[in-house]
Design a protein. Sequence first.
Length: 59
Amino acid sequence: MPGKHVANDSLFIDVAITLWACEFEPAKDELGDPIPIDVDGWLDQGTTIRPVHFTCDVT
């Protein structure tokens, strides 16, 4: 397909710029303490494995 490589490279650049421009932090509870994230948690759905849901603040 013509343009496939340009589209993939453009998407990569867009994601990289978004990650560079944003700050990701754990969400906070009612007392202002960070809610821990289970970095080892995952869900096995047969053919796919994905991380468990978590909340975060993006600024």
